[in-house]
Design a protein around this ligand. Structure first.
Ligand code: NAD
Length: 490
């Protein structure tokens, strides 16, 4: 796949039309080079309002389709995006730096699987319950869509978060507006354009622009009946304030500080791979919400595990051009996040953490032999050993290729450290002791627990958080509401 050199212009998709905005445009930066590669619309309040009116009108026909007809549309979307998989994967890669070998072979097939799963679930979204209440009265529930649903998505995995919101909201009969992050909107705008070649106009709209302009207008709008945010806790609070006068149900998928706990009875080779390469140091440089950013290792195996992890990182992490099939880890997705990650490495040192792997950053330092990449936002995979979970680098979400490594002695100590966080998104436990597994699954405070594996996610099971990691999941029934009916026949 070749990357085009000219700067491409992308447009909003409203009512099936490609529209530029009176607000002008924003530059999109390729994080591997630090250079502008595309422009996206800087949407306005008027663009957002037009999208809401459009989606509201389209709701009338879309919501009354027979479920199997909606399913036919969604299956076609799944097929169509697979046909355009290489193009979409390349756009996602250039948008946020996630290496092409993962966006092409991992991300795109998984997107299709969500569209197919949603297609198979359209009937479930219409099923209610019936109760006979004595000889003359029948009670039953109807499941109905909400109406216009807004999906606000982040920069770290735009196509994935777009898909899990849109596929299930549409399957249930809602119409949808996606607001991508102003820091990575290109792949979403093109994705929306392709999906609009299949769906009727107005059913799915994409409006790019700033969060406090387009995002805020959308979530405040009285005709928007449900909001699903994947983003930070700060944005969740801003949306709660914006909707305070006109409350509406929300799904919140927020940040994390997930623990990955390795016990002495684990398969250490499997665990070393699971907590390092799979757990956090993957193709999008640790910028995923369930990154296992706190690695807890039992003291008796601490040195052995660290050696295994370092060997894997040395052998298998290759920074380099994100389209190159040999590159296994990309850059930080944008300049602000790069500054943040670098600052946390410095804070870790000031707090007394010991950098036991990596710690360097900057294209000039890490990739001097690639002049085109020296202005990119590159950070080495970094392990910081600490002995105190109350440090800022153990409590605050860094969202990059930086993990703290914390030794522990007993199971009780491990679970106390694991739960000592305001977040509760994911947790990994590496052990061969089944009784311990059963105990810890109950004790751990997180929405997802992985035993002897990590980060497995798919359409078959829900994905959500507890504590400050949010509530609700992007799944079919969450995009329906129940209406209760009583029919008295005499
Ligand atoms: P962010 O909260 O800064 O932005 C997310 C989206 O919200 C963007 O589209 C932004 O424009 C919009 N927004 C900002 N202010 C708004 C407002 N006032 N009203 C409406 N919309 C507004 O998040 P980010 O930096 O793009 O993404 C990183 C965060 O996302 C991390 O905290 C990460 O953990 C989280 N995340 C969570 C999950 C999950 O499933 N739990 C998945 C991926 C990312």
């Amino acid at each position: 796949m070749k990357i085009a050199n000219e700067i491409r212009e992308y447009q909003n998709i409203i009512n099936g039309n490609l529209l530029s905005s009176s607000g002008g445009h924003l530059d999109s930066i390729d994080p591997s080079t630090g250079k502008v590669w595309a422009t996206i619309p800087c949407g306005t309040k008027e663009d957002a309002e037009l999208a809401v009116e459009t989606a509201n009108e389209a709701f009338v026909d879309w919501s009354t389709l027979v479920p199997t007809d909606r399913a036919t549309y969604l299956r076609k979307v799944g097929d169509y995006i697979v046909q355009h998989g290489e193009e979409l994967a390349a756009l996602e890669t250039q948008d946020n730096g996630w290496v092409f070998r993962e966006t092409q072979y991992g991300l795109i097939p998984s997107l299709a699987s969500f569209w197919y799963d949603a297609a198979g679930a359209t009937a479930i979204a219409s099923k209610g319950e019936t109760v006979q209440l004595g000889p003359t009265c029948t009670g039953y529930t109807l499941r109905e869509p909400f109406g216009v649903v807004v999906g606000i998505i982040p920069w770290n995995a735009p196509l994935f978060t777009f898909t899990v919101k849109a596929a299930y909201a549409l399957a249930a009969g809602n119409t949808v507006i996606i607001k991508p992050s102003e820091l990575a909107s290109v792949a979403s705008l093109r994705y929306g354009e392709l999906i609009n070649e299949i769906l009727p106009p107005g059913v799915l709209n994409v409006v790019s622009g700033l969060g406090n302009e387009v995002g805020e207008t959308l979530v405040r709008h009285p005709k928007v009946k449900k909001v699903s945010l994947t983003g930070s806790g700060g944005t969740a609070k801003a949306i709660a304030n914006s909707t305070a006068e006109n409350p509406k149900p929300m799904i919140l998928e927020l940040g994390g500080k997930s623990p990955n706990i390795v016990f002495e009875d684990a398969d250490l080779d499997k665990a070393a791979y699971g907590v390092s390469l799979n757990g956090i140091f993957s193709g999008n440089a640790g910028q995923f919400c369930v990154g296992g950013s706190r690695i807890l290792i039992q003291r008796s195996i601490f040195d052995k595990m660290i050696t295994k992890m370092k060997n894997l990182l040395n052998e298998q992490i290759q920074l380099g051009h994100t389209m190159n099939p040999t590159s296994t880890m990309g850059p930080i997705a944008n300049a602000a996040q790069y500054e943040k990650v670098c600052a946390y490495i410095a804070i870790g040192k000031e707090e007394g953490g010991e950098i036991i792997f990596g710690g360097r950053h900057g294209g000039g330092t890490l990739l001097p032999e690639h002049p085109e990449l020296v202005d990119g936002y590159w950070v080495e995979p970094t392990l910081i050993q600490v002995d105190n979970n109350s440090l800022r680098i153990c409590q605050e979400e860094i969202f990059g290729p930086v993990a703290t490594v914390i030794p522990f002695d007993t199971e009780e100590e491990a679970i106390a450290i694991a739960n000592d966080t305001t977040y509760g998104l994911g947790a990994g436990i590496w052990t061969s002791n089944l009784n311990r597994t059963q105990r810890l699954i109950r004790q751990i405070e997180s929405g997802n627990v992985w035993i002897n594996t990590y980060r497995r996610v798919g359409p078959e099971l829900p994905f959500g958080g507890v504590k400050e990691s949010g509530f609700g999941t992007d799944s079919i029934l969450e995009y329906t509401r129940e209406k209760t009916c009583y029919i008295e026949s005499e």
